[in-house]
Design a protein around this ligand. Structure first.
Ligand code: ASP
Length: 338
């Protein structure tokens, strides 16, 4: 297929301008962004740009926004060979994780990017991020795209969309993928890590728009009281509880915690163990937390929190995957456990 890129603007600092009264940054429009990247005119391929209904600060993104972005990608999938999505950095890793699970059989690149400084700023990082994201989306071998998945490009690195997390609100290197090296690094040349790439597939693209919102995250810490924990469990409606635990997945073993977790398991709640450490895995090495295995708590291994939330929301959205939740959760569905 002839190379052609669709840029989808969803909001974020990249396209923001200063509100003349308050001086605060707010999203502007896609024409403004395109006008400020004249370099796109020298790319030897067709480039089109559209935007979501109401571009926003990504702090305002909800699952309905992931669904809207997914639907735009799905509706335009056949017309283009690759996609670049401009998105705010604050929740970009949640969106990329969600879309990586919502799509099955992608055979084209979907590259998210954004910037720390607006495109109109003299020291903006937007130009490099957008131009390289476009260049990566255009990479082909024998007329077939090299990248076949949802990714995030930022600070000279292309990350798998469900392994990446925002690590800095200040640095131009705002993202990291703690447990998976970058798929591509932008140096003088684009250095592609071929051994990590997904093989191209010719199966029909599938877009699962349904998402369950009954997923709750509890960050554990030494001063949590029984009352805080038990009241949250009693009054919040969830069917997946993601516990952010310590180190390699350890957690205190007070009687009250065991009792609360057992109550949840009896109600059919799935409990997932995710470490607060960015690097490494939930390993189950320590006696103190053996009770979690006994209760059927699922190891989140080296998943990012964003990926654990998105995977749970996707799996809980269909009756069939809900019934096989544990088996599917520990299975590598979209490269998230690689
Ligand atoms: N608040 C902005 C957003 O996430 C930050 C950014 O884009 O860097 O939309």
């Amino acid at each position: 297929m002839q190379a052609s890129i669709l840029i989808i603007y969803t909001g974020g600092t990249i396209g923001m301008v200063q509100n003349s009264k308050s001086g605060l940054l707010k999203p502007f429009d896609v024409e403004n962004i395109m006008a400020q990247i004249p370099q796109l005119g020298s790319v030897n391929s067709k480039i089109e740009a559209i935007s979501t209904r109401s571009p926003k600060d990504s702090a305002n993104m909800r699952p309905s926004d992931w669904q809207e972005i997914g639907q735009l990608l799905f509706d335009n999938y056949e017309k283009h060979s690759g996609f670049v999505v401009l998105h705010g950095t604050d929740t970009m890793a949640y969106t990329t994780a969600a879309l990586s699970f919502m799509f099955k059989n992608l055979s084209k690149p979907v590259i998210f990017t954004g910037s720390q400084l607006p495109i109109g700023h003299t020291r903006t990082d937007a130009l490099e991020n957008v131009m390289t994201a476009v260049e990566i989306a255009l990479l082909q071998k024998n007329s077939v795209p090299i990248i076949n998945e949802v990714c995030l490009y930022f600070g000279n690195k292309l990350f798998r969309g469900n392994c990446v997390t925002k690590i800095s609100s200040q640095n131009f290197n705002a993202f990291d993928s703690p447990n998976l090296p970058p798929l591509v690094e932008s140096k003088l040349d684009l250095e592609v890590n071929y051994s990590l790439l997904k093989a191209s597939n010719s199966n029909k693209l599938n877009f699962n728009v349904a998402l369950s919102e009954k997923v709750f995250v509890y960050k554990m810490h030494p001063s949590i009281t029984e009352q805080q924990f038990s009241q949250t469990c009693a009054f919040v409606d969830f069917n997946v509880l993601i516990l952010e635990t310590y180190g390699s997945g350890t957690l205190f073993n007070n009687d009250w915690l065991l009792t609360e977790l057992l109550k949840l398991r009896k109600k059919g709640v799935e409990i997932i163990n995710i470490s607060q450490c960015a690097y490494g895995n939930v390993s189950g090495l320590y006696e103190v937390s053996k009770y979690m295995d006994d209760l059927g708590v699922i190891s989140g291994k080296g998943l990012t929190l964003e990926a654990a939330i998105a995977k749970s929301m996707c799996l809980m959205a269909s009756e069939t995957s809900k019934m096989n939740f544990k088996t599917l959760f520990i299975t590598d569905l979209a490269g998230e456990l690689s």
